[in-house]
Ligand binder design. Structure first.
Ligand code: ADP
Ligand code: MG
Length: 340
């Protein structure tokens, strides 16, 4: 029987390494989804990157069924909830005691949800022709948006340097994925069919063919949580009518990385902590207490620059959209109080 320690580097800390027993590996290693996605492909990123926290990606909706024996324990460990319950969505108004977090140190607020179009392979497995199909369907729907959500589409391969710089400064640009996405196969054929839809006021954006088919983003300078959430809810209600998203009754919206299942939602603030270096313990302790995640100024696995930290909800499954926002709000209020 295979020794899991020879498959993963000794130093690997991922949830997949923790839960993939030799017996499970042997039982699953010969299986392939109808789109030809195997366990070996699913765990490649976790094998190549010892510092992966999850270490397994789904190539299509069927991956979650066929490899459920490994996905389920990873999902339950990450989200901290059972997977045998019906996942509920609730995009109604969040109840926030003080919805405006516009205190001096909040730089911006951003909510994104991850979505994939039903019956098409996800980015770790997708081919060029299907990527074109995703781009066409998504852009056609997005160009129908009106009012404050209306905007234009920019293919990544056709961006001028000036536009690229402008989008990057506003945290609206995505670039070739990091080594985790590289090993998962998500960067293949870069930058084909990748692009960004941006509303005229630049408060609403959609990334196409990044880690998921769509990353739907609402953001604003300062801490107007209610307004940012309302914008996202309106966009989602519209897009749900135009596109059919991959969804499972128990797992919610299906995503490439199991950490995004459920709501697919990560709601977060960029908060400036002038005393970041001396307050790390306090920050991480409070984040843990409120089930929040801390990232760097330019996203996952990046450095904290100028004391700007990205604080967001960690759990996305077993919780509604409304609860994601409320969790974030409660936690950020606590962090501001403790570090202020
Ligand atoms: P995700 O995968 O959830 O979309 P990443 O960690 O990959 O998020 O970061 C994506 C981009 O979003 C990065 O450029 C990051 O700086 C930006 N970003 C994240 N949170 C905020 C925020 N609250 N305000 C502004 N930009 C943000
Ligand atoms: Mg990301």
């Amino acid at each position: 029987m295979i020794d899991i320690n020879t498959l993963f580097p000794k130093t690997a800390v991922s949830l997949v390494k923790e839960h993939l027993t030799p017996a499970l590996f042997n039982a699953l290693k010969g299986k392939q989804t109808k789109n030809d996605y195997s366990l070996e492909q699913a765990i490649r990123s976790g094998i190549r990157n010892p510092d992966s926290s999850i270490g397994i990606y789904a190539g299509d909706a069927e991956s979650y069924q066929l490899f459920s024996k490994i996905f389920i324990p990873v999902i339950e460990a990450y989200h901290g909830c059972p997977t045998n319950r019906i996942h509920r969505s609730d995009l109604t108004k969040a109840s926030l005691s003080d919805s405006d977090l516009s205190c001096g140190h909040i730089q911006s607020f951003r909510i994104r949800v991850a979505r994939n179009i039903a019956n098409l392979p996800f980015p770790p497995l997708i081919d060029s022709a299907t990527r074109v199909k995703v781009e066409e369907q998504a852009v056609n729907a997005l160009l129908e948006l009106k009012g404050d959500l209306g905007g234009s589409y920019h293919a990544l391969g056709e961006l001028t340097d000036a536009k690229r710089k402008n989008l990057a400064q506003k945290h609206l640009l995505f670039e070739t994925g990091d080594r985790f996405m590289e090993a998962a196969g998500i960067n293949r054929d870069w930058p084909e069919s990748r692009g960004i839809f941006v509303s005229k006021d630049e408060k609403f954006a959609v990334w196409i063919n990044e880690e998921d088919h769509l990353r739907i983003i609402s953001m604003d300078k300062g801490g107007d949580i209610a307004g940012t959430y309302d914008r996202l809810a309106r966009a989602l209600t519209f897009l749900e009518k135009r596109l059919k998203f991959a969804h499972d009754p128990n797992l919610g919206y299906l995503t490439s990385c199991p950490s995004n299942l459920g709501t697919g939602m990560r709601a977060g603030v960029h908060l400036r902590l002038p005393n970041f270096l001396t307050q790390q313990e306090l920050l991480h302790g409070t984040a843990k207490e409120y089930n929040l995640q801390i990232r760097g100024s330019h996203g996952e696995k990046t450095e904290v620059l100028d004391g700007i930290v990205d604080i967001s909800n960690r759990q996305r499954l077993g919780i509604t959209e409304k609860q994601c926002i409320e969790t974030l709000h409660r936690g950020v209020c606590a962090i501001i109080k403790k570090t202020g």
